[in-house]
Design a protein around this ligand. Sequence first.
Ligand code: SAM
Length: 282
Amino acid sequence: MATIDGLPTLREVINAHDLVAKRQLGQNFLLDLNLTAKIARLAGDIAGSDVLEVGPGPGGLTRGLLIEGARHVVAIEKDPRCIAALHEISAAYPGRLTVIEGDAMEIDLSGLLTPPVRIAANLPYNVGTELLIRWLTPKVWPPFWTSMTLMFQREVALRITAKPGDEHYGRLALLCQWRSDAKIVMHLPPEAFTPAPKVHSAVVHLTRLEAPRFPADEKVLNRIVAAAFNQRRKMLRSSLKSLGPDMEALLDSVGIPPTARAEEIALERFCALARAYVERGA
Ligand code: SAM
């Protein structure tokens, strides 16, 4: 069967390289190149960017990115069985695909990517959230990436984009929305993947902000939000008690009722509380 890029179908690639999916590597593959090209289009101006892809597997999304004109793709794959299949793609796109065998949690990316850099990945679910948090908490801001277009299980996508009052609102929403504009841009049913996972999935697009949305010291904000959501059903005057004897007065001073619960409080108020906490000399 003819494919849109003239290379073998992904099923043929999987058969030729014997890429039986391994659950422990979070392998749920996308085999429809029209779908992966669509995801690539959601990643923004890839023609003018380098793209970091984590977990290319047999290369469905990698090919989508290249079909859609990505300037240069750097793809990191942990499963050695996939590397030969990925080299076949780089041979078809000379100079545009660098394949790196290794663990994305350990690889040093310095020198591999030229800005602007966009991240696009159908992430292995077992490391997806951890990678997202790392990419959002570099030593210096702004980070090396301009945008991230990432597949997550739907529940994680909802946690990233949740607003106050939503059941999924919490630490991840606050971190993501403090430093980026985050929105769900595609929903996918389990049948979109081979093998089909048990859960639904969604693609989230995050565009970095040049500076955090509201001023606040990162460590202090993190400490307050962690304490608040560790006991999310409790009133803030009680969940934040451990941060100091005057937390109730501090909450009052920034317009947060001490009887409110963490899940009701907007990011802007948490940042105001973090600033007040620093100002009163914590
Ligand atoms: N991108 C492919 C697609 O859309 O069909 C595969 C996606 S599959 C959900 C996740 C991929 O990440 C697998 O190929 C798996 O081997 C790889 N992977 C798992 N853990 C990894 C890690 N720590 N570093 C790099 N790749 C990893």
